[in-house]
Design a protein around this ligand. Structure first.
Ligand SMILES: [Zn+2]
Length: 168
């Protein structure tokens, strides 16, 4: 009787061990999807863009604008929040189909506050330190030299016509 219970105990332990491995495997598989693919530290972002006024340059397609506390680009460096390395905004929608994409300008390689700079085409942003290239018309995806894409920020419509709000 004692032996039997020991056997049962042994089997259940083995089963438990297998189940544990299954649980670990599942957690691993699912956690990959939740993994944050960025090296950029969280930093507050709060910037309202006025495309009928101070931000009218953004009405042009693929002419990215950079906003930082040092170069607020017409915004308030005291009250607005410019993310970690500044906020890079570009419009990929022509005419009335405004489609703004906003990124943290910090390069994913150094993850310091050096801002990436748009190239002449306005399609890419290049890191002045390491030369990493990002596609800013397709979600900030790395083109070369970086593992992760630029940190993306959310853009929603504001209360005024052609105003937009950039937030984390
Ligand atoms: Zn870099």
């Amino acid at each position: 009787m004692k032996r039997l219970s020991f056997f049962k105990f042994f089997v259940s332990r083995k089963l438990q061990s297998r189940m544990l491995w299954i649980v670990i495997f599942c957690c691993g598989a699912f956690s990959c999807e939740d993994e944050i693919r960025t090296n950029i530290p969280w930093a507050p972002v709060s910037l309202t863009l006025y495309l009928n006024d101070i931000d009218k340059k953004l009405l042009n397609i693929n002419q990215p604008q950079l906003y930082t506390a040092q170069k607020p680009n017409g915004h308030n460096e005291q009250t607005d929040r410019f993310g970690y390395g500044g906020i890079l905004v570009t419009n990929t929608g022509a005419g009335t189909g405004i489609n703004l994409l906003a990124y943290d300008a910090a390069c994913q390689v150094e993850a310091d506050r050096t801002a990436v700079a748009p190239d002449e085409s306005g399609l890419h942003a290049v890191c002045p330190k390491c030369g990493a290239v990002y596609s800013i018309v397709s979600g900030g995806a790395p083109v070369s030299g970086a593992k992760y894409g630029l940190q993306r920020y959310t853009v929603t419509r504001g209360t005024l016509t052609n105003s937009f709000v950039v937030t984390n």
